[in-house]
Design a binder for this molecule. Structure first.
Ligand SMILES: [Zn+2]
Length: 541
């Protein structure tokens, strides 16, 4: 016995020696930072060794690498995951890095099903951050019901065109045949590895029946993937909003499928949050996201801004709530009518809830951040090098959402771990649980995980973008790593360094079976019907 135990101790001793020699081999070490992992609640000053794109070591011991970052006084957190970003383009990447974001996902509008593969190919090898996209319900409807095929971007920014041209995508109920065509286009994107289905049904109103939404969720469920909904009645009041999400959650419960409540930072949010928490407790993979701003952004002609809805039903005044993005001036009913004649899709900021609600949202456990970042218009001449101040104005959430969460947590004594969880883990966890492998190894500071890392100063991190100047970058976020490669150093994004990886599923065979008339609600689908209530606006609220 004694001999054996001696042999074991010397074996352990020699292993220790070997590992300390190997330690000099890390590609990069991050020294002396406060390492925070939202999954295990690990929160300690430690050194992090990066090798082959992974977090190879987290230790209090000294380690050596080919390069080193001094993180003393800084937080070393999982790279921020923006689950709701409508602009994944080179001119946007510097702003994203300055705000600490290492993964950008367009889960709400998404890409046109047949173009999904092309969407990914365009970004492979060309992006400093990871990128992913859902399959668009809206664009399948635009192709089938409006004949729209003029795809320029294959995703969100195309809504600027498709929503201007015609209204069938919004207000027409499809026939059985058209319904099957819509589902088939979406199915192509799911086959190509789309993350889930994005639906902007809140912009469609009566054009989409309860049956259509149910069938969408059923189709996504065939693949085990989410639906993300800008749910009905958003923005609305505290009952309409809640009813909107209850539609999606009832389907999710009946079908056992994942679902995302897109930007539920609206009246009724506390009820929506409670629904999500209780369903998660019962094992349903449903979750919600917010952006930390009291105002949204949309087009002047959005249907919910009509006086009957915005003023009479919801009790708002244009003078207090409707601001022009470009001039900063507030509209009156008269000036709104005049502008509608000249420029119906002019971008506006819409104040919809008191500022005090924002801190409430950041206190809500389990909630994720989706910035709802907007395409900049016009974008023809914008590049990586376009100076921040020369970018066209946009909602400040585009550039400041993540730093805002960290600043508000500091100012309101919200635990930093809660904020770190919101900015990373709370999107990675449910997506990973859905079987998305690339998200099972992100959003965590643990050995073996992918080295997407955001390093920030907890005392100074802050947003700088405002409603008047929405393109000013955040500050206090110093270094960013994506897949183990440094993409921002000392607050300077590094041009031409593109380690970003696609976030998607492997291609699979079709699981779609065309519906028969029995599968549809015959009364609604027998013939195309124009139910009115279309929303020809360019917003992506
Ligand atoms: Zn939306």
């Amino acid at each position: 016995m004694k001999t054996i135990s001696l042999t074991l101790s010397s074996a352990i001793l020699s292993l220790t020696l070997v590992s300390s020699v190997l330690a000099a081999d890390y590609d990069l070490v991050i020294n002396g930072g406060r390492v925070m992992d939202p999954e295990t609640n690990y929160d300690a000053v430690a050194n992090v060794g990066i090798k082959d794109g992974k977090i190879a070591k987290i230790t209090s011991k000294q380690i050596k690498g080919k390069a080193a970052i001094d993180a003393k006084g800084l937080v070393v957190a999982p790279g921020f995951i923006d689950g709701h970003q409508h602009c994944i383009e080179p001119y946007q990447y510097r702003l994203m890095l300055r705000d600490g974001r290492t993964t950008l996902l367009d889960t709400e509008i998404g890409a046109h099903g047949p173009k999904l593969d092309e969407w990914y190919k365009r970004r492979e090898g060309n992006a400093p951050v990871n990128f992913g996209v859902a399959v668009a319900h809206e664009f399948a409807r635009a192709e089938v019901l409006d004949g729209f095929t003029d795809w320029k971007y294959f995703y969100s920014p195309d809504a600027g065109q498709s929503r201007l041209t015609k209204e069938g995508w919004s207000k027409t109920r499809p026939t059985l045949e058209q319904g099957n065509q819509i589902l088939s286009l979406i199915d192509q994107g799911l086959q190509q590895g789309g993350l889930g289905i994005g639906s902007t049904v809140g912009y469609m109103r009566a054009g989409v029946s309860a049956r259509e939404i149910f069938e969408l969720q059923k189709l996504g469920g065939q693949y085990g993937r989410f639906i993300s909904m800008h749910f009905r009645n958003t923005p609305g009041d505290d009952t309409g909003e809640v009813n909107g999400i209850q539609e999606m959650l009832a389907n999710a419960a009946a079908l056992g499928t994942p679902a995302i409540a897109s930007h539920f930072n609206n009246p009724g949010y506390n009820m929506v949050h409670e629904l999500l928490v209780r369903m998660r407790e019962r094992g349903y993979n449903v979750w919600g996201e917010i952006y930390p701003y009291a105002a949204g952004s949309t087009a002047l002609n959005a249907v919910f801004l009509e006086p009957e809805v915005w003023v009479q039903a919801l009790g708002n005044k244009y003078e207090d709530t409707l601001q022009d993005v470009a001039t900063g001036e507030f509209y009156t009913q008269k000036s709104r009518e005049e502008m509608l004649k000249k420029e119906p899709t002019r971008l506006v900021i819409v104040y919809k809830i008191p500022d005090s609600a924002i801190v409430d949202w950041i206190k809500m456990p389990g909630v994720a951040i989706g910035s709802d970042g907007m395409p900049m218009v016009p974008d023809d001449n914008l590049t990586w090098d376009t100076p921040y101040e020369d970018l066209p104005n946009t909602h400040p959430r585009t550039s400041g959402s993540f730093a805002t969460v960290l600043r508000l947590a500091r100012e309101n004594n919200i635990p930093l771990m809660q904020a770190v969880s919101m900015t990373s883990y709370n999107y990675a966890k449910p997506l990973g649980d859905m079987g998305l492998k690339s998200m099972q190894v992100r959003g965590r500071m643990q050995e073996g995980m992918v080295a997407d890392i955001t390093i920030f100063d907890p005392e100074t991190v802050r947003d700088n973008s405002t409603y008047a100047k929405g393109t000013l970058p955040s500050s206090g976020i110093l270094h960013v790593l994506v897949n183990g490669t440094l993409v921002m150093k000392d607050q300077e994004p590094l041009k031409g360094v593109n380690p970003g990886q696609p976030i998607r599923f492997e291609p699979v065979k079709s699981k779609f079976e065309p519906l028969t008339i029995e599968g549809w609600n015959k009364a609604f689908y027998a013939s195309p019907v124009d139910f009115g209530g279309g929303v020809p606006g360019y917003d992506i609220h």
